[in-house]
Design a protein around this ligand. Structure first.
Ligand code: NAP
Length: 304
């Protein structure tokens, strides 16, 4: 099958389009889809760069992207809640930038949600929901989202508002209107962050979701305790008492909640990067700018 692969870690040049990748075979609890769209996330960029490899070289080619939408074309022997031909989206930890991918966790795609949205929402929305759940805020509480204009930030804002929170979020100057359109109070990140958060929340902040990985000292000043912060982007966080949200064994409840928000329109995805498999290098260069203002996808089969 057609796929993007890399055989060595490195810059985007290591990404190659191939025609002879093996079509994967379902394990008992997996489904296989004919991929329509595959999401491209900062995680894919970090993994490809080798920063997560602990110095170990690759022993087999990697297909990037870990989420996809598409049409079910094969079922594992233990799968009972899905049938061939269903439109689904989910996690594809074995790689999704290819024609056929295995999903280990999935949800049915609501009819009113596009394949582009479904194929690029999960990595970011799942992380956002894990962070929000761990903060366990109550209706009327105030949340600050650091990096509110990115994929995770936009998902965090929208789901926080769906839960009845009041949200302040930062982004660059060009993304102030975007943040406001999602229902949050926009401010800029950088030098005056503490002052600007307090200008909008004189009584303090009840929780912070950090998607940017910068300005940890300021976040600690704003929150007054690391316990009120969850970071998705700062690996130094734990040494300051700031937790990275953990990954639950069973995600079904999270997937169902995200699917519900998509179906009723409370969670919308802005897809700002659309690429073919031939444009994989360009796609990763775009995502690694960290200023895409939305999600990015490979469009692999638009005829389905
Ligand atoms: N642990 C997990 O499961 C998990 C899951 C998903 C994502 N993540 C991580 O979460 C992070 C965000 O992911 P994403 O998909 O939302 O990325 P993204 O779409 O690229 O968003 C990046 C965000 O950071 C902001 N930003 C860029 N430079 C900044 C700076 N110098 N100071 C402050 N903010 C800055 C951007 O704002 P502007 O564009 O307005 O400048 C934007 O809001 C990544 O590190 C990703 O790996 C972790």
């Amino acid at each position: 099958m057609k796929a993007v692969q890399y055989k060595d870690y490195g810059n985007p040049d290591v990404l190659k389009r191939v025609d002879d990748a093996l079509i994967p075979v379902c394990g008992p609890h997996e489904i296989r889809i004919k991929v329509v769209c595959a999401g491209i996330n900062p995680f894919d960029v970090k993994k490809r760069s080798g920063m997560m490899s602990k110095g170990h070289p690759l022993d087999a080619p990697i297909i990037p992207s870990t989420e996809a939408s598409g049409i079910v074309d094969a079922l594992g022997s233990q799968v009972t809640d899905t049938k061939i031909g269903d439109a689904v989206f989910g996690f594809a930890f074995g790689g999704a930038a290819c024609e056929y991918a295995l999903l280990s966790q999935w949800s049915h795609k609501p009819d009113n949600v596009s394949f582009e949205t479904a194929g690029s929402v999960l990595v970011s929305a799942h992380a956002a929901l894990r962070a929000l759940n761990e903060l366990d805020l109550k209706q009327g509480n105030t949340l600050f989202v650091h990096g509110g204009s990115g994929g995770v930030g936009q998902a965090t804002i929208q789901m926080a508002i769906a839960k009845g929170l009041s949200v302040i979020a930062d982004g660059s100057e060009k993304n102030q209107a975007l943040i406001q359109s999602l229902g949050a109070t926009p401010i800029r990140y950088g030098e005056h962050l503490v002052r600007d958060v307090y200008a909008h929340a004189p009584n303090g902040i009840d929780g912070i979701v950090d998607t940017s990985g910068t300005q940890l000292e300021d976040l600690l000043t704003i929150a007054k305790t690391p316990l009120k912060i969850r970071t998705l982007a700062n690996y130094d966080g734990p040494s300051f008492g700031v937790k990275i949200p953990s990954y639950p064994k069973d995600s079904k409840q999270l997937l169902d909640e995200i699917t519900g928000y998509l179906a009723d329109g409370r969670l919308k995805v802005k897809v700002t990067g659309k690429f073919t498999l031939d444009q994989a290098q360009e796609a990763h260069r775009f995502v690694q700018t960290q200023h895409t203002s939305g999600r990015s996808v490979f469009i692999i089969n638009e005829n389905l």
